[in-house]
Design a protein around this ligand. Structure first.
Ligand SMILES: Cc1ncc(COP(=O)(O)O)c(C=O)c1O
Length: 480
């Protein structure tokens, strides 16, 4: 350190020292892990007071640029990711705080590649572009008056859309609900957040399926809830498990996705649904019925059993969550909740504080979509296409997967759940898949034990599906 602070400058000495060290680190002249002289050494070298050097080091430590460890002195920080000189906030400190947890690394690795079209995408749970009726939606959009759609919407949702959803619930699910029992949300995702933030408290115990879509979301654990798994077999959850969990943990809520479950594709049969409702009522635990897929019954399959909400028939133990994401277009971000009025009122007030309202334009488009006599025809086209894609994927699995692999044949929805006959490391498998240019998520992302994978047949083109499975089989061979 040949540099010397300028005692004649109007800039205080401690600031000059900070600037000097910051510049050294930013320009790479001082490297991560490099040992810095002690405060005493610098004070005597520069002929200044030791407390001045102490002040400078303290500020640099606070920004994360340097670290002092008792006994081993002061060093430039080894990990300078996100650390910026003192003039900017130390974002690393901020991003490590907050309520939400980061994505799991294996999931994040796949997520980063999803927009790269050179990969075959068996990972994204969304419809392929060609399955979304974009041209028709374009026409509907042209009929919408922007006059109202450019204003803030009503926090609980546009009255007309809530009436349309009430009709939809009657026509599709045979349940009679009033518009006042409906809250429009920005997708089911927001409904989860509202439920967690308004109806539950940190420390509360909740039960959810294992595997489940929601294990990939860390919203529950980040909110301090205690999560207890209800194992899923080929027919969904076994409701008796809830009794056991409740006796140990005093459950406050049960989250289930009973029809064409994400990620296993399983459907809870009517007798298990009845049992689930019976147990929930007996133990007085509300059920959140997460239902994005039930209208996507694939060709050749029996109709799905009635929803829990319908079976409950006027009871108030079930909160139902619906969405347009899987049957129309996820970009609309239109979901809805059917709940007792008191719950809708409480959550509406919270939603107003959260985002004021779901996009008024999206709500208008959703209303036009669902109230048009054409929408059922559009849904039929989507389910016909999904049926073809599921069958292509099933054929490819039979052809390419290693002997002993097992899968559940889904009667609806987007997902095929595959159990492998041998052990593989998830991160190895993901890397091998990436090397073979195919993307998918391993089952552990959904809370499953290892050696299981989730495959999505709704996103890739028909041509890509078979090739994707062929590549998966190669990736499996090289993961062993
Ligand atoms: C079971 C399940 N619930 C909820 C969601 C979220 O839906 P939305 O797009 O309405 O937020 C998804 C999305 O994949 C899902 O699979």
């Amino acid at each position: 350190m040949n540099w010397q602070p300028d005692t004649s400058s109007h800039i205080p000495l401690f600031k000059q020292i900070i600037q000097y060290i910051e510049n050294g680190i930013v320009t790479g002249h001082m490297f991560p892990g490099e040992r810095l002289p002690s405060e005493r050494e610098l004070a005597s070298k520069w002929g200044i007071n030791r407390s001045t050097v102490n002040l400078a080091y303290a500020e640099l430590r606070a920004t994360g640029l340097i670290k002092s460890v008792q006994g081993s002195g002061t060093k430039v920080s080894e990990d300078l990711w996100g650390i910026t000189p003192r003039r900017s906030p130390n974002w690393k400190d901020y991003v490590n705080g907050g309520l939400f947890l980061p994505n799991q690394p294996v999931a994040q690795r796949v997520k980063e590649l999803l927009r790269d079209e050179s990969y075959i995408n068996l990972a994204s749970s969304e419809l392929a572009e060609e399955l979304i009726p974009v041209a028709w939606m374009d026409q509907l959009l042209k009929q919408i008056s922007l006059k109202h759609a450019v204003q803030y919407g009503e926090p609980g949702g546009d009255r007309g859309l809530r009436e349309t959803i009430a009709d939809h619930m009657q026509a599709e699910h045979k349940v009679e609900v009033q518009p006042e029992q409906i809250l429009i949300t920005s997708g089911i995702q927001q409904a989860f957040n509202l439920i967690i933030q308004c109806l539950l408290s940190p420390g509360d115990a909740i039960a959810l399926e294992r595997p489940s879509f929601m294990y990939s979301r860390t919203i529950f654990t980040a909110s301090g809830l205690r999560l207890y798994p209800i194992p899923v077999d080929d027919y969904g959850i076994r409701p008796e498990e809830i009794r056991k969990l409740h006796s140990h943990h005093k459950l406050r809520m049960i989250f289930v996705n009973p029809t064409y479950q994400h990620p296993t594709g399983t459907t809870l049969p009517a007798d298990r649904r009845r049992k689930l409702l019976e147990i929930a009522e007996e133990l007085r635990i509300p059920i959140i019925e997460d239902d994005p897929y039930s209208l996507l019954t694939l060709g050749g399959s029996p109709a799905a059993p009635p929803s829990l909400l319908a079976m409950h028939n006027g009871g108030d133990f079930v909160i139902y969550l619906g969405t347009l994401s899987k049957i129309a277009a996820p970009g609309l971000r239109i979901g809805w909740m059917v709940a007792p009025k008191s719950v809708v009122e409480r959550l509406t007030a919270a939603k107003e504080q959260m985002d004021f309202s779901t996009s008024a334009l999206s709500q208008q488009l959703a209303k036009a979509y669902l109230s048009s006599p054409e929408w059922k025809g559009r849904l039929q086209i989507i389910t016909r296409q999904l049926t073809r894609r599921r069958d292509i994927m099933l054929d490819a699995l039979t052809k390419y997967m290693p002997r002993g692999s097992k899968w559940i044949i889904p009667e609806g929805g987007y997902y095929l759940w595959v159990k492998l006959p041998f052990k593989v490391s998830d991160s190895r498998l993901v890397e091998e898949c990436i090397r073979h240019r195919v993307l998918l998520y391993p089952g552990t992302v959904y809370g499953a034990i290892s050696n299981q994978i989730r495959l999505v047949y709704s996103r890739a083109s028909e041509e890509e599906l078979g090739e994707g499975i062929r590549r998966l089989s190669l990736a499996l061979q090289s993961s062993l």
